[in-house]
Design a protein around this ligand. Structure first.
Ligand code: HEM
Length: 543
């Protein structure tokens, strides 16, 4: 699960998207209380940091611990540079970065990544790391995330990786129409400067991503309910923000900060009031089906979770809703980030527009809708290159050490340390990617395809990789979606969503960054965050 630290706004909408129903609550800006808290999280971090420094300084009266602490806290805003520097200095060896909460040990290279993958869940846990990021004890009404998913894990993963992915051809044609309509509506609401409409691209893409993944996870009907989707989106933000505040507190302040956060996070009533009765109804239907009765067929996460659940695990409506929310939590921000940076890259490298549009127009998009895991190979390569050059997260495969052990190279791992991979630095390493600082949009595309385009002068041959590959691939040099049996099961939905958004933008609009020199991202811990104020001019293309 990616761990974004983002306070994306939810745009007001008087939408007319096909099938889109306005809820009782119109979509508006975040509640002021959370908005102001999210905006001041860095300020709170600074105050807590000073308290930390003063406590340690008073006790030790030595400068060194203070310097160490300053360095650890600088990780919050300087994480990517610290990881990248560590990677360059380590020269292929294991290295560590000290952060305010934990020591992060980084491994890279085929052997070390295999070693990480092969550790049992009793030693290394993805879920213990997620627990630290989400602090469910305080943010999710005491929900307990276990260190290991146990027997239900395989079913859960199959529900997302196989059943949700297999459903994509059924939802993509509907989503194409819905995405096109929403783009036009949101663009129409943009500010006009010097007679030209400007669009805040990232907030727009957060909405489109929510619509797309929400349709797959909750089903068309719920995803068309504005009030439901607003609640679902805001819940992610509240939990991540609240968890961060608790995480930044010194141990002695944690229970007080935890109580404050619990009090602050309001139960997303519309979300749960709609989800629980559906989950209960599905449990009743399962019961009836087991007695041989005919029951309706559903295509959403609730039905897939029940379909793949091991028979010996007891399922309650509460547990089903928690599982659905676990999938929803990891699905939005990284997906919207990659779609957004791809459009920025197209503004900066417009020579790719013609071949990408040609791929869409000559049947590529229709083929993608029929076969989402294979279609649009040129766009797939472009998206992979964009995600390589502007990484969404500098670390991947977060695992918390729950039982101490030593790596084959002798590095000792203590309880509470994290073991991760420096995914972004590997992506920028010449040992894996020739001319790594050069943007080559078709670097990963099948060679014969690029050669045919080069022959007619549409693209240059560029810096090809020895072998074509896809953005959803998982290997020790491409860790965007993690590694091994815990690798992201939602990556097929994420990529289909990104392709659908990017294809519908570039087929229908020309695009230009209003200020190509202005910063477009910032970072929190290891994660890159899109700035919300980056404006793009989308000009409808003549047909
Ligand atoms: C570009 C977008 C995304 C990125 C970069 C991403 C990345 C990741 C990563 C790095 C992991 C951990 C893998 C590991 O530690 O080895 C992960 C896990 C996970 N992701 Fe994603 N993800 C994305 C989108 C999605 C979407 C759209 C969904 C939902 C459909 C999703 C559902 C999950 C789930 C459920 C897990 C936990 C897997 C498990 O419990 O076994 N992700 N993701």
């Amino acid at each position: 699960m990616a761990s974004p630290m983002i306070n994306g706004p939810w745009q007001p909408s008087n939408t007319t998207t096909p099938g889109y129903v306005e809820g009782e609550v119109s979509w508006g800006p975040e509640p002021p209380s959370w908005r102001s808290i999210s905006n001041s999280v860095i300020g709170i971090a600074a105050v807590i940091f000073l308290a930390n420094v003063l406590v340690s300084g008073k006790n030790s009266l030595l400068l060194k611990p203070i310097q160490r602490r300053i360095k650890a806290w600088s990780y919050l805003l300087d994480g990517p540079a610290m990881i990248h520097d560590g990677y360059k200095k380590a020269n292929g060896k294991t290295f560590d970065v000290i952060t305010p909460g934990e020591r992060i040990v980084f491994v890279s290279g085929h052997k070390a990544v295999k070693e990480l993958e092969s550790q049992p869940e009793t030693a290394l846990s993805l879920y213990a790391a997620s627990r630290k990021i989400l602090m469910p004890k305080y943010t999710m009404h005491g929900l307990h995330i276990q260190d290991s998913r146990g027997a239900a894990g395989a079913g859960f993963s199959r529900a997302v990786r196989v059943l949700l992915t297999n459903n994509l051809p059924r939802v993509l044609p509907y989503l194409g129409d819905a995405i096109r309509a929403r783009i036009a509506e949101i663009r129409a609401e943009g500010h006009v400067v010097d007679g030209v409409k400007q669009t805040d691209l990232y907030p727009m893409f957060l909405q489109l991503t929510s619509l797309s993944t929400g349709t797959s996870i909750f089903g068309k009907e719920l995803a068309s309910n504005a009030a439901f989707m607003k609640d679902a989106f805001n819940y992610i933000e509240s939990v991540v923000m609240g968890a961060e505040m608790v995480r930044l507190s010194p141990k002695w302040l944690e229970p007080i900060m935890g109580r404050f956060v619990t009090h602050k996070i309001k139960t997303p009533e519309i979300l749960f009031n709609l989800l629980y009765p559906i989950a209960e109804e599905r449990l009743r239907e399962r019961e009836r089906a087991s007695l041989g009765e005919e029951v309706p067929k559903h295509t959403d996460m609730i039905s897939w979770i029940l379909e793949t659940a091991p028979a010996d695990v007891e399922w309650t409506s509460q547990r089903i809703v928690q599982e659905v929310m676990a999938v929803w939590f990891g699905s939005i921000h990284s997906t919207a980030f990659i779609a957004t940076t791809a459009i920025y890259d197209l503004c900066l490298h417009p020579e790719y527009l013609a071949p990408l549009r040609a791929e869409i127009a000559r049947g590529g998009y229709a083929e993608f809708e029929r076969n989402p895991t294979q279609g649009l190979p040129l766009m797939d390569s472009f998206l992979k290159e964009s995600a390589r050059v502007t990484p969404v997260d500098y670390l991947s495969t977060r695992r918390e050490v729950i039982a101490p052990f030593a790596l084959a190279d002798g590095t000792r791992l203590h309880k509470g340390d994290w073991l991760c991979t420096p995914a972004a630095s590997i992506g920028l390493d010449a040992a894996y990617f020739p001319e790594p600082t050069k943007f080559d949009g078709f670097r990963f595309a099948p060679r014969e395809l690029v050669a045919s385009l080069a022959a007619d002068g549409s693209v240059s041959e560029g810096t090809r990789m020895p072998k074509a590959s896809k953005i959803v691939d998982v290997d020790p040099s491409w860790l965007l979606f993690g590694t091994g049996k815990l690798s992201c099961p939602g990556r097929f939905l994420a990529t289909a969503t990104i392709k659908s958004i990017v294809a519908n933008v570039i087929a229908n609009y020309d695009m230009e960054l209003v200020d190509a020199a202005a910063p477009r991202q910032w970072s929190w811990r290891s994660t890159a965050v899109c700035r919300e104020d980056v404006k793009v001019v989308l000009t409808p293309r003549a047909n």
